[in-house]
Design a protein around this ligand. Structure first.
Ligand SMILES: [Zn+2]
Length: 77
């Protein structure tokens, strides 16, 4: 089961996008696949065992540390 650390982005970069609100204590999304994604700031699991398309392009607002995360696969340096 692949596990990825998400990329922390500044709050202003999340503006205008659909943001998944994570609540501390359980993943924001769970099930449907075999990929897990952790907060790039505090390593809390934000997406658990989801399908790749469920993580593609999403921005997750971590309910523990308050950082905004984007999935790492399509991050361009
Ligand atoms: Zn966090």
């Amino acid at each position: 089961m692949p596990q990825f650390d998400m990329i922390v982005i500044p709050p202003e970069a999340a503006e205008g996008h659909d943001v998944v609100e994570h609540v501390k204590g359980s993943p924001a999304r769970e099930g449907g696949g075999d990929e897990s994604y952790r907060c790039g700031g505090c390593k809390t699991k934000l997406l658990s065992n989801v399908a790749h398309h469920d993580a593609h392009g999403v921005i997750v607002h971590c309910g523990k540390c308050g950082k905004y995360n984007t999935e790492p696969h399509h991050h361009h340096h």
